[in-house]
Ligand binder design. Structure first.
Ligand SMILES: *[C@@H]1O[C@H](CO)[C@@H](O)[C@H](O)[C@H]1NC(C)=O
Ligand SMILES: *[C@@H]1O[C@H](CO)[C@@H](O)[C@H](O)[C@H]1NC(C)=O
Ligand SMILES: *[C@@H]1O[C@H](CO)[C@@H](O)[C@H](O)[C@H]1NC(C)=O
Ligand SMILES: *[C@@H]1O[C@H](CO)[C@@H](O)[C@H](O)[C@H]1NC(C)=O
Ligand SMILES: *[C@@H]1O[C@H](CO)[C@@H](O)[C@H](O)[C@H]1NC(C)=O
Length: 752
């Protein structure tokens, strides 16, 4: 809301982001290490999982001590020894020491720790996974989803374990005991916390307990059991449930109310999840990626992939700006947020008999028919306060002028909190952004766009005693799916040959379990608490896709991460380009389609080597590959180069023109594996946009048995195009029973 209106005021922007998306952590950014005596946390990467863990830990201390520090101090400075899934450690170093570390023979990479941001009743029916959907219950019970997040609420009804037997035999995880944490059961089979400095923020406890609500919400979306009559004070009432109610959950708490989510803790979370034996990792956390080899989520998820674990991650909440997508590694399933056909609105009745509709969830029923209506500027304390009073900042308003009145403000100043504190009758927030999701208010309030805002301002000017009332919110039906305005968009900022995000999943106004330890808005003075709440964010979309990945896994326990990803992407339901102008850069393959994902017909499979070949094509070398592959000896010149334009067997295709002016030709090589009926024939159906020629060779693929593979090539020739424009083509492999869809995106870079 109103982001562009107040981008000049950083504090406004922060307030806005916290209030609106509710899923973002504003973390203390790491300090600059210009002063070489300043000690920062660094992650020092040494290679793959060591055979001898005790030996590895000794090596870690010895390496540290070789910086002329005593063994004692080395032990003190050591934060983590990672030995279970890879060989690395985290320690406090000066900039100078970190450079010396980098020069050591055994060291493959040194990265400064950074802090990341955290980025359902109806949604499962909406995407076509009804309660009655076919399930493989026996195998579903063996699927374990690891969630890296803010912790979990073990007492929540969503995590009861009725009817579930003990964890599958492969499980190696554990769960406390912790104080303040009632413990695990056969639903939450593991829970751990990671806090590099042991410094537990006030209000939190030394346990995986969720006092934020984010981790409880994401976990219950992925695998919560059925809870009937779940609602937010009667709103969005229905049966709450996850995608795979019989699957197991393991929580790795890596985010804290102070300090956000540290790379060191994220890496420790990945390590534990890999070692414990999870099947799918869901991570609704992100930040900008500088390089795949120095990013905790990249490195962690690469190691997970090599162990057969798919990582599903949120695309970010920085939309609708172009190139804002994060977690865009080719081995991750990157999830955008879409809307379902339901939202929440409040009616505003003006004294002149006119009514408008505003967005948001306001649970307050007005006591009077109408209240005096003022603008924030009219309610300013002094004339000097008028500028900030437009946003209704508490300190800029005069309590007496707010009490008993409805105030109109520009969004971003926390007007609801001011209204509540000063005894106002409501707030009308004027904004032009992010009006597609319903924010929860702590006082009577609603959000309107500036054309409605102007109409209200005009009404105020037109009469001596303007008045208005904000009605309690109701559920309304909207047309869907559409991609959320906040959902981060492509093109991929790092790899111009790789389409991201991969998929869209519901991430607007999602009802799921919450914590009673935090008020609904988390704002000062909010007295609303609920076991279920409605949140929006790609954070909410991610566990939907992770849940679908677990659903697919329950049908195909032996599928690779790439095969599961391919099944989800190629079975997606198309989203209309007309209402989503960023097209595939907003939604990738389209909206998740769980039941079809379990039976995709063909999959585009890949192993670790394909990703290495891809990275070589991206300019990585033996040094920058080392943290991923675990050795400096993998050089791009010594491996067979990848074939085709992108060296990947990816289920989508992206061609970025060299310049907007020239025409470009590229050949993509692909290989599909038959996972449908043994004997089947698929025909290529190609749709090419204007100015683009797409040919597929061969045009028919015949299979005679299961798991058989067939190769083909796609030649894309594109004429010059308008800069910064995306045009979309499509390849569908069609058999009588399956349609395997691959979007083909052609993008022309900006002209300079
Ligand atoms: C943890 O337990 C203690 C003692 O029972 C209690 O005082 C405290 O409020 C609890 N903290 C949280 C966050 O639940
Ligand atoms: C359902 O939930 C609502 C709101 O929490 C409550 O008022 C109502 O009594 C519940 N109904 C049933 C049948 O439990
Ligand atoms: C403002 O909202 C109203 C009602 O939702 C809608 O009809 C109108 O088109 C919107 N105006 C703009 C400029 O978005
Ligand atoms: C209402 O009046 C104020 C001052 O009298 C003026 O600044 C503002 O532009 C007017 N608003 C509209 C929408 O006419
Ligand atoms: C590898 O790539 C990095 C970053 O592009 C570069 O700084 C380094 O010199 C390269 N190393 C080798 C051995 O080519």
């Amino acid at each position: 809301m109103g982001r562009s209106n107040c981008s000049c005021h950083h504090h406004l922007l922060l307030a806005l982001v916290i209030v609106l998306l509710d899923t973002i952590w504003i973390s203390s950014r790491y300090a600059s290490a210009a002063d070489e005596h300043v000690k920062d946390f660094y992650i020092i990467y040494l290679g793959d999982r060591p055979d001898d863990r005790d030996e590895a830990i000794k090596t870690h201390i010895n390496l540290l001590s070789s910086l002329d520090i005593s063994q004692e101090e080395a032990k003190e400075r050591m934060v983590y020894s990672y030995t279970k899934a890879f060989n690395a450690f985290a320690a406090k170093l000066s900039l100078h020491e970190s450079k010396k570390m980098m020069e050591m023979e055994e060291v493959l990479g040194v990265f400064r720790n950074q802090y990341r941001q955290l980025h359902t009743t109806k949604s499962w029916d909406f995407v076509g996974l009804p309660l009655t959907a076919k399930r493989h219950l026996k195998t579903e019970r063996d699927v374990i989803i690891g969630v890296l997040d803010t912790g979990i609420t073990p007492d929540s009804e969503s995590f009861q374990d009725h009817g579930l037997g003990p964890p599958p035999a492969k499980w190696k995880g554990s769960c406390g005991p912790y104080k303040n944490f009632t413990g695990c059961n056969n639903k939450i089979i593991g829970a751990k916390y990671f806090k590099h400095d042991g410094n537990i923020p006030t209000g939190e406890t030394r346990s995986p307990l969720d006092i934020d609500g984010h981790g409880t919400h994401t976990s219950s979306t992925a695998a919560g059991v059925l809870v009937s009559n779940a609602s937010l004070f009667g709103i969005a009432n229905g049966i709450a449930r996850g995608a795979v109610p019989s699957a197991r959950l393991a929580m790795y708490k890596v985010c804290w109310s102070r300090g956000g989510c540290a790379d060191m803790d994220i890496l420790a979370g990945f390590e534990a999840a890999i070692h414990d034996g999870v099947d799918i990792i869901s991570i609704s956390i992100g930040g900008p990626i500088v390089s795949y080899s120095s990013d905790s989520i990249s490195v962690g998820s690469f190691h997970a992939m090599r162990k057969g674990i798919l990582t599903v991650a949120s695309a970010g909440n920085d939309g609708p700006s172009s190139s804002s997508v994060t977690n865009h590694e080719p081995w991750i399933l990157t999830v955008a947020a879409s809307g379902i056909d339901r939202t929440f609105k409040s009616q505003i009745d003006l004294g002149n008999g006119k009514s408008f509709s505003g967005m948001g969830i306001s649970m307050f029923k007005p006591n009077a028919k109408s209240y005096p209506l003022v603008t924030g500027v009219d309610a300013a304390k002094t004339s000097d306060d008028k500028y900030l009073a437009r946003y209704c900042f508490t300190d800029s308003l005069d309590r007496k002028k707010v009490k008993g009145r409805v105030v109109v403000c520009r969004a971003g100043g926390g007007a609801e909190s001011t209204v509540k504190r000063y005894g106002g009758a409501g707030a009308i927030l004027v904004s032009d952004q992010y009006l597609d999701n319903a924010q929860i208010f702590m006082a009577p309030a609603t959000a309107v766009n500036s054309s409605i805002g102007d109409a209200i301002y005009r009404y105020i000017n037109s009469t001596r005693s303007p008045s208005a009332v904000i009605q309690k919110s109701r559920q309304v039906t909207v047309s869907a799916p559409f991609v959320a305005s906040f959902s981060s968009r492509g093109p991929n900022p790092a790899s111009i040959r790789l389409l991201k995000p991969d998929i869209a999943a519901p991430g607007i106004d999602i009802l799921a379990a919450f914590t009673l330890k935090r008020s609904l808005t988390g704002l000062d003075g909010d007295t609303q608490f609920s076991k279920f709440t409605i949140l929006s964010g790609t954070s909410m979309a991610c566990p939907h896709a992770a849940g679908v990945a677990a659903y697919v896994k329950s049908f195909h326990p032996d599928w690779s991460p790439a095969a599961i990803k391919s099944a989800i992407i190629t079975s997606a339901k198309p989203i209309s380009k007309r209402v989503n102008k960023d097209a595939e850069f907003a939604y990738g393959g389209g909206q998740i389609n769980p039941r079809r994902a379990a039976s995709p017909g063909l999959v585009y499979d890949m192993d670790d080597m394909s990703y290495v070949q891809f990275l070589c094509g991206e300019g990585y070398n033996s040094t920058t590959l080392a943290p991923l592959v675990g050795s400096k000896s993998v050089s791009c010149s010594s491996i067979v180069p990848g074939i085709g334009h992108d060296s990947l067997n990816y289920p989508t295709i992206q061609l970025t023109l060299k310049t907007a002016k020239s025409s470009t030709l590229a050949v993509f090589r692909r290989r599909v594996t038959n996972v449908g009926p043994p004997s089947s024939v698929y025909n290529a159906i190609v749709t090419a946009p204007k100015g683009v020629e797409i040919t597929v060779e061969p045009k028919t693929l015949s299979f005679t048995k299961a798991s058989q593979t067939r190769s083909f090539k796609v030649v894309v020739k594109a004429q010059q195009m308008t800069p910064e424009k995306i045009v979309s083509g499509l390849l569908v492999w069609k058999s009588p029973r399956h349609s395997v869809r691959s979007p083909i995106v052609i993008y022309s870079p900006s002209s300079d």
